[in-house]
Design a protein around this ligand. Sequence first.
Ligand code: RB5
Length: 154
Amino acid sequence: MSDVKIAIGSDHAGLELKNFIKTILAELGLAPLDFGTDDACSVDYPDYGEKVSMAVSTGQVQRGILICGTGLGMSIVANKFPGVRAALCHDEYTAKMSRLHNDSNILVLGGRVLEKELAQRIVRVWLDTPFEGGRHLRRLEKIIELEKRLGNGS
Ligand code: RB5
């Protein structure tokens, strides 16, 4: 896992949790590309969601983590990008299933929703869980086809 390239970003509402998660990633030997925000000034989540989602969509990194207040805005932004499968997770089960069945490549968290301890467990399980493939791959291929039909595929 320590060879995976990972990007992270948040708005002001997710900044505290972002900084905490960076310490967890460091413990795991991961040095994420941090796209900001870097201070408590109010900013617009689409600007930071775009940076991380673009990095994942273009293959600059394999995984991303996005955090805003609820996680809702960031997940709406991220899922506009071709090839991005962003999963908003408030518990370990959905984080695990988002990897097993959906091969999620962006984890979205709510900084105003999650306690740090739970967020840590969510991040760890999300990083550790592989994609199951098989019938789930067929379903992901249908999403790629859908992106193409909608004119949003690469
Ligand atoms: C910022 O106040 C808040 O709206 C934002 O962090 C996020 O929760 C939006 O979905």
